[in-house]
Design a protein around this ligand. Structure first.
Ligand SMILES: Nc1ncnc2c1ncn2[C@@H]1O[C@H](COP(=O)(O)OP(=O)(O)OP(=O)(O)O)[C@@H](O)[C@H]1O
Length: 272
């Protein structure tokens, strides 16, 4: 598994008169884990869709190792990029192991069977998400969190060099949230993921991009980006941010009530 250099250059995406993504630029260097955070409707999923080639940007470019992602052959993209998106593939009539095996498809010739290497990658992907005990169960009868883990296993089995995940910890209990994010962090691949939990984002991501109204309002290492001021401004919440003495990562404590006056300035926070 190698890692991709991803660059999103001035991407704008519209639906009718509506701007879903506004002039967003973002970079993910090989092996980095990059978090997209921001309120509901701020454009995280829409931006991810332009990267894994579901929605073509109206302007700007998505580059994978310098090449325009939208001009690359479909098969090449399928081998390079894996995506775990929200509520995907929920009505397939397959056993869990077969769903995970689908991750190997882009690497195989038409109708070729699984090789010993495929079988090994499938088993290790199942192990990575604690789903070996589910392997023979019908996928469509799993719980929400079990399904989410299996879809992550399918993406891992693909051995992508760029992994895109939209809220991968959705439905997962805290043990599995920590395990999955730890696994993603250790992958040699470049990882771009949308996350709502700012403390998990702070701990597991190398850098964060904060979206608001479709645009990037701040980006940089979590310790620079996650400030009381930014959280008041972007989310309208009161908070305290401290460096955790054991992890060294910023830790946000949300406080009841409105942010204090003066902490809801409208300024952007491009820390870079
Ligand atoms: N196809 C579409 N047509 C029109 N508007 C859309 C379309 N898809 C998304 N939107 C709108 O674009 C905005 C951005 O949506 P998006 O799903 O990208 O946000 P998000 O940051 O992922 O939100 P969430 O945190 O709720 O998952 C929202 O206001 C949404 O209603």
């Amino acid at each position: 598994m190698t890692a991709t250099d991803l660059s999103v250059d001035g991407v704008t995406l519209t639906a009718g008169a509506r701007h879903l993504v506004r002039d967003v630029s973002l970079t993910a260097r090989p092996g980095e884990t990059i978090g997209l955070v921001g309120p509901n409707g701020s454009g995280k999923s829409s931006l991810l869709r332009t990267v894994y080639r579901v929605l073509r940007p109206d302007s700007g470019a998505v580059r994978i190792d310098g090449a325009d992602a939208w001009s690359l052959p479909v098969r090449q993209v399928a081998r390079t990029v894996a995506a775990v998106v929200q509520d995907s593939g929920t009505d397939v009539d397959l056993a869990v192991r077969e769903v995970v095996a689908m991750g190997r498809t882009p690497h195989k010739r038409l109708l070729a069977g699984d090789t010993a290497e495929d079988a090994e990658l499938i088993e290790s992907a199942l192990t990575a998400v604690d789903a070996t005990h589910l392997a023979d169960r019908p996928f469509d009868r799993l719980s929400g969190g079990e399904r989410q883990r299996v879809l992550i296993a399918r993406a891992l089995a693909q051995r992508p060099s760029l992994l895109i995940l939209d809220e991968p910890t959705n439905h997962l209990d805290i043990r599995h949230q920590l395990d999955v994010l730890g696994t993603l962090r250790r992958l040699p691949a470049t990882v771009l993921l949308a996350l709502h939990d700012l403390n998990l984002a702070a701990y597991y991501c190398d850098r964060l991009y904060v979206l608001r109204d479709g645009g990037v309002t701040a980006f940089g290492p979590p310790a620079q980006v996650l400030t009381t001021q930014l959280l008041a401004d972007v989310y309208g919440v009161a908070s305290e941010v401290a460096v955790h003495p054991r992890t060294g990562a910023p830790q946000v404590t949300f406080l009841p009530g409105e942010p204090q006056q003066g902490t809801r300035a409208k300024a952007d926070h491009p820390v870079g």
